[in-house]
Design a protein around this ligand. Sequence first.
Ligand code: SF4
Length: 242
Amino acid sequence: MNPSKGYISKIESFATADGPGIRTVVFLSGCTLRCLYCHNPDMWDPKNGVSITSEELFQRIRRFKPYYKEKGGVTFCGGEPLFQSPFLLEVMKLCKADGIHVTLDTAGVGNPHYFDEILDHTDLILLDFKGVDAESFERMTQVKESSSTLFLEKAQAKQVKLWIRYVIVPGENDTLEYMDRLAMKIKGLNHIEKVELLPYHTLGNVKYEKLGIENPLKDADGMDKDYCKYLQDYLNEQLGWQ
Ligand code: SF4
């Protein structure tokens, strides 16, 4: 891969849900995982979207800098942004050199060769948590756990702040027993600022049909939001956060 060029599927400006403050969110193409609940299967293709140079992308991020103020910045997500690590790293370096807050929305799956440098240019990780152990990770992503444990270990060693995000899928991980296991896992981590349970939704179903890809959850309902909130409260209690 030419490190000065990458593929992005879209850029969202003035986003407020993917990190602190007002942010530009960059969706990088490519993902090797096959999460049961993925609502962006169109993002799996590494060449989905448009080709752009690191400098061009940086300029598009920089354009909104006056709105970032002290909390906002850029969030890189995907797909799995680490899939394009050399390109990602180049853009991150340009952003950090310009004083822009960098958030990385990732499952921690990528080439470990780049982890240290990428983490050195990351202010906050939105950690897309896939499972409480190797078995549940594999069940949820349909691939073997590869680099995500190492990524998290390195992030912990470098004391990068974490927001943990965990998608709750009916019949998969929506039990109190599962929340207990999740709480145990989270208690073993440091530098956590937030833990969010996200209810699975079915909005991505239409994309599977359009792309002709088998949807493993095609018969599943969306997660009941009130029950998800109940699980969140229970989890917070186990974590001693309320
Ligand atoms: S990591 Fe994200 S983009 Fe990749 S399969 Fe999972 S949900 Fe989809």
